[in-house]
Every structure is written in structure tokens, then in C-alpha cells.
Design a protein around this ligand. Structure first.
Ligand code: IPE
Ligand code: IPE
Ligand code: MG
Length: 230
């Protein structure tokens, strides 16, 4: 499949459907999340092959704290394992890892691992992987507004606000993918997706493959983007 000249620089993904995938197989939801972590690995490799520069994964939303504590604990453990894995692999791969989200109320040991990993990979020149963790767009915008106030900026420009987002140097995603058939943003990148192309697939996240990513990129390449112009 040709991947065309209009390759998105940045793809953002709402990884959804882990629970339904597990349910279909009569497995606990945690099995769906574990399989979802493997899909993240596959997607990173596939994005590297395609030559994508930035890949953002919605890993945990500010609203996901309302899930049962057992599921939250499982997700935090999985996340910690993932951070450890990236840390081990940082010696041999070229991934730059960034985290986007509110630090509170993430546990201190997790924050320490996040800081260690982002420092360790800061100089990497390959694909940038952004993990949106305890991320919510409304929280991000509110935090940015509070920083504007703290900085004493009375007449902020768009650039002033942009500069106070969690990851101000990451370009807006050209393409947003949501799996599992849901067609909503769920508080993800509201500011950054102003002109983003959306791609929805019924594939459940644990089943997401290199082929699915190529299909999304191929679909994107056929879109006409007008940005309000003619
Ligand atoms: C996405 O899968 C993973 C997270 C939100 C952490 P879900 O856990 O939302 O799976 P469904 O939507 O219940 O199938
Ligand atoms: C969005 O999925 C959040 C993540 C993928 C981390 P949810 O499953 O939490 O979203 P809703 O509840 O269906 O909107
Ligand atoms: Mg869901």
C-alpha cells in the first residue's frame, strides 16, 4: 500500500476497546489492557517504519480515576512496567519519550520513573512518543490559564497559551485515530485538534495492527484540508 507524500508528522491515538476485547474472550479487563500494551509496541514499530515523527497515545484520562480502584491499580502497574521496559530499551533504541498530563495525584515513585525516562531519552533523534497520562484537555487548558495569570499576562495571545500547554513544542496532530467504534474525543487534545483529521475504526485497540495504521494514514492522504480557506 502506498503511503503517499502527505504523511502526517504527528498521529494521536485514543486507544479504546481493551475491556470489550477482554469481555469477548471471557477474560478479565486486565488481560485487555495487557494486550493493549502489546498493540502500543506494534504501533510504535509501524510508525517508525512509516517515518512518522510524533506519536501520542491516550493512556489514562483525568476521568479514568472514576473506574474501580482495582482496575486503576492494574493500569498504574502496567504503566510502571512499560516505563521500566522503555528505560531498559533506551540504550538500544532511538525513541524520545515525553509525558503529557497533570502530575497530581500520580504516585511519587511513578513520577520519579517518568522524570528519569524523559531525561534519559531527551537527546534521542528518532520517533517521539508522547504518553498522555492523567491527561484531560480541560485540565490542561485550565492549568495553562492559571500559568498565564501567575506570569502576569493580561492580554494573552494564542502563542502565549500554546506555550503553557503540557507539551508546547509538540506540533498539533494532523491525524487522530480512535479505535473500538466510539466517535468522541473524551476530553483529548481539544485545543490541538482544531484542524485535525479524524479516523474512526471498529477495530478494538488490542487488535490494532500495522495494517490498521497504514489504512488510517492512507485514508488521511486522500483528505483535502482547507483550514477554513478555499
Ligand atoms: C481503553 O480501553 C484503555 C483505557 C481507557 C485505559 P477501555 O478500558 O476503555 O476499554 P472499553 O472501552 O471498556 O472496551
Ligand atoms: C478514553 O477512553 C481515554 C483513554 C483511551 C485513555 P474511555 O474509554 O475512558 O472514554 P469514554 O469513557 O468511552 O468516553
Ligand atoms: Mg473505553
Amino acid at each position: 500500500m502506498s503511503t503517499s507524500h502527505t504523511l502526517p508528522r504527528h498521529i494521536a491515538i485514543i486507544m479504546d476497546g481493551n475491556g470489550r476485547w477482554a469481555k469477548q474472550k471471557n477474560l478479565p479487563r486486565s488481560a485487555g489492557h495487557n494486550a493493549g500494551a502489546k498493540a502500543v509496541e506494534r504501533t510504535i514499530r509501524a510508525a517508525e517504519k512509516l517515518g512518522i515523527e510524533f506519536l501520542t497515545f491516550y493512556a489514562f484520562s483525568t476521568e479514568n480515576w472514576s473506574r474501580p480502584q482495582e482496575e486503576i491499580n492494574g493500569l498504574m502497574n502496567l504503566l510502571e512496567k512499560t516505563l521500566d521496559k522503555y528505560m531498559r530499551e533506551a540504550k538500544t533504541n532511538n525513541l524520545r519519550i515525553l509525558i503529557s498530563g497533570r502530575r497530581e495525584p500520580l504516585p511519587p515513585h511513578l513520577l520519579a520513573k517518568i522524570d528519569q525516562l524523559t531525561a534519559e531519552t531527551a537527546h534521542k533523534t528518532g520517533l517521539t512518543v508522547v504518553l498522555a497520562l492523567n491527561y484531560g484537555s480541560r485540565a490542561e487548558l485550565l492549568d495553562a490559564v492559571q500559568k498565564l495569570v501567575q506570569d502576569g499576562i493580561k492580554n494573552p495571545t494564542q502563542a502565549d497559551l500554546q506555550a503553557r500547554l503540557y507539551q508546547p513544542t509538540v506540533p498539533d496532530p494532523e491525524l487522530l485515530i480512535r479505535t473500538s467504534g466510539e466517535k468522541r474525543l473524551s476530553n483529548f487534545l481539544l485545543w490541538q485538534c482544531a484542524y485535525t483529521e479524524f479516523y474512526f475504526t471498529d477495530t478494538l485497540w488490542p487488535d490494532f495492527s500495522e495494517k490498521d495504521l497504514s489504512a488510517a494514514v492512507e485514508d488521511f492522504s486522500r483528505r483535502t484540508r482547507r483550514f477554513g480557506g478555499l
